[in-house]
Design a protein around this ligand. Structure first.
Ligand SMILES: [Zn+2]
Length: 391
């Protein structure tokens, strides 16, 4: 299973620390801690690199308010209790941020970041192995769209587009050409028309020599892809389809190819597209404007508030948003343990300085993460080095 979070109970009990790593630009002054005491206790957490955790938390709370108003208390509480404490590990060359109790809900801005990192860790190594084993592969980005739909159709249309994708991949012509794939669903919402646009980004691997050869029998042109997608979608119109080669996504995998893969799985809903800011406050879209939707257990459509947020929740519930072909699923030799030491080493954040703990406080305009404690013990250094064997 690749979908790491659907907010189920089983998922929540297995706590995975979500670590966000930041490398400070070299011209930025290194961070120094005070040696004695905590004179700066109560200090507000500033932006870390590009990331503004305060802003993300306020957006989270705005989404929670919207969910609560719509009667979705369970998801609202998940978001409200998500990462109310932040642990910041300071190193000479960078910073790592961890958030315990992460909600893992696709709506949550920080869970999206953590999910992306987990997905990269899960998807990239099998693709790397696949490309090492299979010479002459070329990755292509295939975008499959369908017509936009109102919020009340989103859940159904999401199911349809996933079914259509399975159909597409089962067509003989496609099976012959595509050696492996990664697919990801993205939802965009037009704030003017309020219509949703679910679409699929998929990275398909084809054999360069076989597929792009002159007079190749397996080659599929953009027009042919559109026709195949129309058939798979069982649509009465020709849907918009786009295919292009991804630079660096070849055998063997290059850094550029890795970046291209990251783009494919980037997000399911653009961060911030379900919230807006006014006078320094965050609000969820749809809090003021009613849209047609149905109440639980009632099939009649009626104008309701808070529709965008609940429509997205309903559409992603229990569904796998990112999936791969079977030959990219052999992850047996992968270790999923989130060992912070290993990661730090991989990114070379330099010398450990200290760990700071920040707590969220809601204080109107002064809401933010405030420093409550500091430790000089390096995380992960408690590992015993001595003999583990008994007498
Ligand atoms: Zn969260």
């Amino acid at each position: 299973m690749l979908d790491l979070f659907n907010g189920s109970d089983a998922e929540r009990t297995e706590w995975v620390p979500s670590a966000h790593l930041h490398r400070l630009p070299s011209d930025e002054a290194p961070y120094f801690c005070d040696e004695i005491g905590l004179p700066d206790i109560g200090k507000k957490l500033a932006k870390i690199g590009k990331r503004d955790y305060r802003r993300m938390h306020l957006e989270k709370l705005a989404l929670a308010d919207s969910l609560q108003a719509a009667g979705r208390d369970d998801v609202a509480n998940l978001l409200r209790n998500c990462c109310t404490q932040l642990i910041v590990d300071r190193y000479s060359k960078g910073v790592r941020v961890r958030g315990p109790n992460e909600c893992k809900h696709p709506l949550c801005p920080t869970a999206q970041l953590a999910r992306r990192r987990r997905l990269e860790g899960e998807l990239i190594p099998p693709i790397e192995r696949f490309l090492a084993k299979n010479e002459g592969m070329q990755g292509n980005l295939l975008t499959l769209t369908e017509q936009s739909c109102p919020a009340h159709e989103l859940n159904y249309r999401h199911g349809e587009i996933l079914r259509a994708f399975s159909r597409l991949m089962s067509f003989t012509k496609v099976k012959r050409a595509v050696k492996a794939y990664v697919r990801s669903v993205e939802f965009t919402r037009n704030p003017i028309t309020t219509l949703w646009h679910p679409h699929i980004h998929t990275c398909i691997f084809v054999s360069k020599t076989e597929y792009f050869r002159k007079g190749s029998k397996v080659y599929i042109s953009q027009e042919q892809w559109a026709a195949l997608w129309r058939k798979a979608l069982r649509a009465t119109y020709t849907p918009v389809v786009d295919i292009r080669a991804l630079k660096g996504l070849t055998s063997p995998l290059t850094d550029k190819g890795r970046d291209a893969l990251r783009e494919v799985i980037k997000y399911q809903v653009k961060p911030g597209s379900l919230t807006y800011w006014q006078n320094g406050k965050a609000f969820a879209v749809g809090r003021q404007t009613p849209e047609l939707y149905r109440k639980p257990g009632d099939d009649t459509l009626q104008p309701m508030l808070n529709v965008p947020v609940i429509a997205f929740c309903d559409a992603v519930k229990g569904r796998r948003l990112v999936a791969t072909s079977r030959n990219l699923q052999g992850n047996d030799d992968l270790d999923f343990t989130d060992d912070p030491r290993g990661e730090v080493k991989a990114l070379d954040l330099g010398e450990f300085i200290c760990t700071e703990t920040y707590q969220w406080h809601t204080r109107g305009r002064d809401s933010g993460f405030y420093l409550v404690g500091r430790s000089f013990d390096e995380p992960g250094s408690t590992k015993r080095g001595g003999s583990a064997m008994g007498p």
